[in-house]
Design a protein around this ligand. Structure first.
Ligand code: NAD
Ligand code: 2YG
Ligand code: MG
Length: 263
C-alpha cells in the first residue's frame, strides 16, 4: 500500500540559517523567550557536552538534498557539537557511534528520530513538533483568551492539540477528515469547529500539508499563527491585512524540541 507523505524538498531547506534566525525572532516577539528558552522551559532540560551524530538514510525515497547538512547547521545553531557521517544507513550508524556520538539523529520516510545513547531516551519528530509549536503559541504574551483553534489533527496536530488541552486551554479543532475529527473530539474532549463559524482567535495552530486552510473569519488583528505545516496556512495578503505573527520554519524548531526532550 502506498501512503501519501509530505516530504521535505531541498527547496524548503534553502537558507536554513536565515530561516532559523527569523523563526527565533518571531518566537521571541510572541513569547519573550527564544526557541532554546521555550525548549528548556518545556522539558526542564539543558545541554551538556553531548555530541550529535547525523546519519543520512537512503531507504524509500532516499537522501533529501540539504537534509543532513541542515541538521548539521541546526544542531550547531543550538550549540551542539555535531557531525554528519560519511557513510549512510547501518555503516553510518556504526561510524557515528564509533566517533563518539551520544545522540543519533536520523530519518527515513516515516520516522525522524533522536536517540540518546547515554540515557536511552528516544524522540519522534511528529509529536515533538506538534508539542513545541503548541507550546510557542500557548505562550503568546498578548493572547486575549484561553480559546485556541487547531486545524489539522494528524500525526503532528493531534499531539499539539493534546498539549493545549493539558495546559488548560479551550481547544476548538478542525480536520477535513470527519472520522478523525469525531474520534479526536471524543478522545481529547475538544470542541469541533465549523469553518463556516465566524469566531475569531488570537491563538491558531495549523498542521496540514495544504495551503490556505484558514478562512479569513478566524483571524484577529495581531493573532499568532504557529504552524509546522508546509505550505503556509494563510496567504501573504491575509498575513499583512491582520498583521499576523507567523511562526513557521521547516525543520529546526521541531529538531530542537526532539533534542531537548532526550537530554
Ligand atoms: P498527517 O497526514 O498525519 O496529518 C495531516 C492532517 O491534515 C490530516 O489529518 C488531514 O486530514 C488534515 N488536512 C488536510 N487538509 C486539510 C484541510 N484543508 N483542512 C483541515 N485539515 C486538513 O501529517 P502530519 O505528519 O501531521 O504533518 C502535517 C504537516 O506538518 C505536513 O505538511 C508535514 O510535512 C509538516 N511537518 C513539519 C515539520 C516542521 O518541523 N516544520 C515537522 C513535521 C511535519
Ligand atoms: O537522510 C535523508 O536525507 C532522508 N532519508 C531524510 C528523510 C526525511 C523524510 N521526512 C520528512 O521529509 C519530514 N516530513 C519529516 C522531517 C521533519 C521536518 N519537516
Ligand atoms: Mg520545525
Amino acid at each position: 500500500m502506498e501512503i501519501k507523505m509530505a516530504l521535505l524538498t531541498p527547496h524548503d531547506l534553502m537558507n536554513i540559517n536565515k530561516q532559523l534566525q527569523e523563526a527565533d525572532s518571531a518566537v521571541r516577539r510572541v513569547t519573550g523567550l527564544d526557541i532554546k528558552g521555550v525548549c528548556k522551559a518545556l522539558y526542564g532540560t539543558s545541554q551538556g557536552s553531548e555530541k550529535v551524530g547525523i546519519v543520512p538514510v537512503t531507504s524509500g525515497n532516499g537522501i533529501i538534498g540539504n537534509f543532513s547538512a541542515s541538521l548539521h547547521a541546526i544542531t550547531q545553531y543550538f550549540g551542539f557539537d555535531s557531525f554528519v557521517t560519511d557513510m549512510p544507513d547501518v555503516s553510518g550508524y556504526y561510524e557515528a557511534v564509533r566517533n563518539g556520538a551520544g545522540i543519533i539523529l536520523m530519518a527515513d520516510d516515516h520516522t525522524f528520530l533522536a536517540h540518546n545513547l547515554k540515557n536511552g531516551k528516544i524522540a519522534n519528530n511528529q509529536p515533538c513538533t506538534g508539542i513545541i509549536y503548541a507550546e510557542i503559541a500557548s505562550r503568546h504574551l498578548k493572547a486575549n483568551s484561553k480559546d485556541v483553534l487547531v486545524v489539522g489533527l494528524g500525526k503532528v496536530g493531534f499531539p499539539g492539540a493534546a498539549h493545549f488541552v493539558h495546559k488548560g486551554f479551550r481547544v476548538y479543532g478542525y480536520d477535513a477528515d470527519r472520522t478523525l475529527l469525531k474520534r479526536t473530539v471524543s478522545n481529547l474532549g475538544i470542541i469541533p469547529f465549523d469553518l463556516e463559524n465566524s469566531k475569531k482567535f488570537s491563538i491558531i495552530f495549523e498542521a496540514t500539508p495544504c495551503a490556505d486552510t484558514l478562512p479569513e473569519a478566524v483571524l484577529s488583528e495581531n493573532c499568532v499563527l504557529s504552524t509546522p505545516g508546509i505550505p503556509c496556512a494563510i496567504s501573504e495578503e491575509f498575513r499583512k491585512k491582520y498583521d499576523v505573527q507567523l511562526v513557521m520554519e521547516p525543520l529546526g524548531i521541531g529538531t530542537a524540541s526532539m533534542l531537548y526532550s532526550v537530554l
